[in-house]
Each structure stands twice: as structure tokens, then as C-alpha cells.
Design a protein around this ligand. Structure first.
Ligand code: PGA
Length: 249
């Protein structure tokens, strides 16, 4: 299977295309009286998409009442009230501005003692299955090639688990914390296998700093050294890029 690449002149155009995919799924399922199951991502990449979905909710009546969401990952040690936790991010950037039932939003817990993490990860996987599986999984990509927080090396079969963060990832995310020392060293993340189980995968990437890893993921060998390269195995994976992120293809 090859990854489908769609390149747009501007990020705004690219964001509209991604928003269209989510809107079409949500509306089609609502019409049929069914739920839509979304896999959601954090970081700077999806912010513009979330703004566009909020706009469509407020201006076009797009309702999220039938949406169930599962986030990719969460930092270990940060409670949902911490402004750098991904639970906080999701509430702040999306959930607080739309009509989704918060009880239907899932973010892995980063605050459990080690002895309880495995059971939590198993129940996260089970909850995804019980919801019917993820219809569309949204992804960003880290410069290490990570998807979620699956740093190299991560196998194609990896499942939700506690992981150690790469130093490059910690440095890239230090801007949000204001200080590298405050960036956690561990996280809980869905695995590459969890992501590959989604019916459709949309990966967004903007800007020149992502160009090299985007090219490696699409054209390079499938390897645990570039976890995003496992997406080549997926039967419906689309990379939605701006020109700069596509510049090394
Ligand atoms: P970013 O991170 O959106 O902040 O660039 C993407 C990622 O690490 O997956």
C-alpha cells in the first residue's frame, strides 16, 4: 500500500480538506443515527484544524453530539488540570467550544502509578474496540518520525503503553513548557498497531522542518527507526501537507 499524498499551496487550504473529511463522517453518521469515532492528536499541527471545526460548529451547525474521541497520548506525571497536559489542551483547543459530551472524550491517564499503567493501557485499547474502532485517526509527525509518542524504535505491532520520550522530542516541545527541564521524560501513547487499526488515517504536516521526516516516512524503508513509515502498510492513509512539508518528496 502506498501513502496518498495531497499537497496544498497553503496550510489554510489543507486544513479545510481535513475538516471536510471529519465533517462528512460526522454528518453521515448522524443522519444514520450512529456514532463517529475520532482519533485525535495534540501539538501545534492540529490547532488550525480544531479552529476550523469550531467555526463549522458555530456557523454551520456541525454537531459533535454523536462523536466519541480517543486521543493518542498523554504526558506522564501531568494531571488534566496542568496547562501542558494533553487533556487540558483538548478541552482548551476543542472540547470546550463544541457540543461534544465530555464523557465521550478519552485521553490516556498520565498520573497513574506504574503498577496500574498496564491495566489502564489495556482498558484504553478495549474501549476503542467497544466503541467500534476508530473511523478517522488524526496524526501529526515528530522530527524523530514519531506518531503519537511512538519514538524510534517502535514496532508496527506496538499497542498502548508507557514510553520514554526522545531528547529531540523533549527539545521540540520545550517551547510549550518554557523550560526543557519541565518537559516530562515519559508518556502513555497508543501504539503504532493501535493507529494502524484505524479505518482511515490523516496525517497533517506543515513547514520545512517536517520535510525530511515526511519524505523518509513515505519513500523510505518501513522500519522501527521511523515509526511513521509503518503507515505505508495502511490501506487508507493520506498525508495532507503544505508545500514546505512536501518539499523533499
Ligand atoms: P507538532 O508535533 O504538531 O507540535 O509539530 C507533532 C508531533 O510531535 O506529533
Amino acid at each position: 500500500m502506498a501513502i496518498t499524498v495531497q499537497t496544498y499551496t497553503t496550510k489554510e487550504e489543507a486544513v479545510r480538506v481535513a475538516a471536510d473529511a471529519f465533517e462528512a463522517l460526522i454528518r453521515e453518521r448522524a443522519k444514520a443515527g450512529k456514532t463517529a469515532v475520532l482519533g485525535l492528536a495534540t501539538g501545534s499541527t492540529p490547532i488550525a484544524l480544531y479552529k476550523e471545526l469550531i467555526r463549522r460548529h458555530k456557523e454551520n451547525g456541525l454537531s459533535f453530539k454523536n462523536v466519541i474521541s480517543f486521543n493518542l497520548d498523554e504526558y506522564c506525571g501531568l494531571p488534566g488540570t496542568h496547562d501542558q497536559s494533553y487533556r487540558y489542551f483538548m478541552n482548551d483547543q476543542l472540547f470546550n467550544h463544541i457540543d461534544i459530551d465530555k464523557a465521550n472524550t478519552h485521553v490516556p491517564l498520565g498520573t497513574l502509578p506504574d503498577a496500574e499503567i498496564d491495566a489502564h493501557c489495556k482498558s484504553y485499547e478495549e474501549a476503542i474496540k467497544a466503541a467500534g474502532g476508530i473511523d478517522i485517526q488524526l496524526l501529526g509527525i515528530g522530527r524523530t518520525g514519531h506518531i503519537g509518542f511512538n519514538e524510534p524504535p517502535s514496532s508496527a505491532e506496538s499497542r498502548t503503553r508507557k514510553v520514554h520520550l526522545d531528547e529531540l522530542t523533549r527539545k521540540d516541545n520545550a517551547v510549550f513548557f518554557g523550560d526543557l527541564a519541565k518537559v516530562p521524560h515519559y508518556a502513555v501513547t497508543m501504539g503504532c498497531g493501535t493507529v494502524l487499526d484505524a479505518k482511515k488515517v490523516l496525517l497533517l504536516a506543515w513547514g520545512e522542518p517536517k520535510a525530511e521526516i515526511v519524505a523518509k516516512s513515505i519513500k523510505g524503508p518501513q522500519t522501527e527507526q521511523v515509526p511513521a513509515s509503518w503507515l505505508q502498510k495502511h490501506k487508507d492513509c493520506v498525508f495532507i501537507l503544505d508545500k514546505a512539508a512536501a518539499s523533499k518528496l
